[in-house]
Write a protein that binds this ligand. Structure first.
Ligand code: MN
Length: 337
């Protein structure tokens, strides 16, 4: 599995492999193709959403484009939806850098001033619109965001595409707080709980997100839990697993949203995290677990959250880019197909 270098190569994607926003009449002309780049910027989302149903989706197809390099060899090109935000704050472009050869669709709508929940709703609605359009093509998609809260938009998009996905949540934290139980008030620490119906009036209801049942959620390697999270999980049906042992066979049936907060990786390997946690699995172990789950053929979206601060230096930036490259290559790659 590799991503071929595109520099200097004629870009000749096959008809079936063009970016979703450019094909098959995506709901509205959402994207503006920026001249001279392969980045698409999605600006103003449509309030209407096309519903499609997939009874037997071909998820073994890859979320990638097949191109031919200068020597005529074909290879897979990764593509990704990028939401460069931490909550409703636009991150600098240096915060999340995707490899040059990743076909990137950037979600960057104009947000209304004022109320944070309204801003987040507009932002995640735009993400959901793009995810739904991408998923409707039957390809696995990759989404890269600045925090875990944005996964609510990805989940909403899958549901708008007619799916009823379960969620596999790799995270050093539980993200299972409510507004009432959280002592910090950090919204990212409530993301999974909101997917399960927590504080539904704030984001889930305005987005049209249908809360998942607890049995549809698997929390993987959450090793830094607050007492209120421990109490909730002890009385809930949320499944728990470890990175080293998780296998597709033990997961809820049906399509899966695979969410990976990079802080699940031992903090020693991921510099500059907002909430670093040690004693975690290696990046290699997390990537191997992702490989196993992708090989199961049910992952519709690989969602990678990057809750880190802006990079301190070039070395830090390059380490992060290398890590993201590994994830995106897997989302695009032929393994498991
Ligand atoms: Mn998280």
């Amino acid at each position: 599995m590799h991503i071929c270098p595109l520099a200097g190569a004629p870009e000749r994607p096959l008809p079936a492999a063009r970016p979703a926003v450019e094909k098959q009449g995506a709901p509205t002309p959402l994207a503006t193709h920026l001249a001279g780049t392969r980045t698409l910027t999605v600006g103003h989302p449509s309030p209407s959403h096309r519903l499609v149903s997939h009874t037997s989706p071909p998820w073994r197809q890859v979320g990638a484009s097949r191109v031919h390099d200068a020597d005529g060899y074909s290879c897979e090109v990764a593509s990704a939806i990028l939401l460069p935000f931490h909550q409703d704050e636009r991150l600098g472009d240096e915060s999340i850098v995707l490899p040059d050869d990743v076909r990137t669709t950037r979600i960057d709508p104009a947000l209304p001033l004022g109320d944070q929940w309204r801003r987040l709703t507009v932002l995640y609605d735009a993400l959901a619109t793009e995810v739904a359009a991408r998923v409707a093509t039957g390809r696995r998609s990759a989404v890269v965001t600045g925090d875990c809260l944005a996964t609510l938009g990805t989940l909403t998009g899958l549901q708008r595409a007619g799916l009823d996905p379960s969620i596999v949540w790799f995270d050093a934290h539980g993200d299972i707080h409510t507004l009432a139980s959280s002592s910090s008030g950090y919204l990212g620490g409530m993301a999974l709980r909101m997917a399960l119906g927590g504080d539904a009036g704030m984001l889930s209801a305005p987005l049209g997100l249908r809360p998942l049942s607890e049995e549809q959620a698997v929390l993987v390697d959450a090793r830094d839990l607050d007492p209120a999270e421990v109490d909730y999980l002890a009385g809930s049906e949320v499944l728990r697993a470890q990175v080293d042992e998780i296998e597709p066979d033990g997961l809820p049936e049906g399509p899966l949203l695979l969410h990976v907060d990079v802080d699940v990786i031992d903090a020693g390997e991921v510099p500059g995290l907002r909430f670093p946690v040690g004693d975690g699995p290696t990046a290699g172990a997390v990537l191997a677990a992702v490989d196993r789950l992708l090989a199961g053929g049910r992952v519709t979206v690989l969602d990678v959250a990057c809750p880190w601060f802006a990079p301190d230096d070039l070395m830090q930036s390059e380490r992060r880019a290398a890590l993201l490259s590994e994830f995106l290559a897997r989302a695009a790659g032929a393994e498991g197909t």
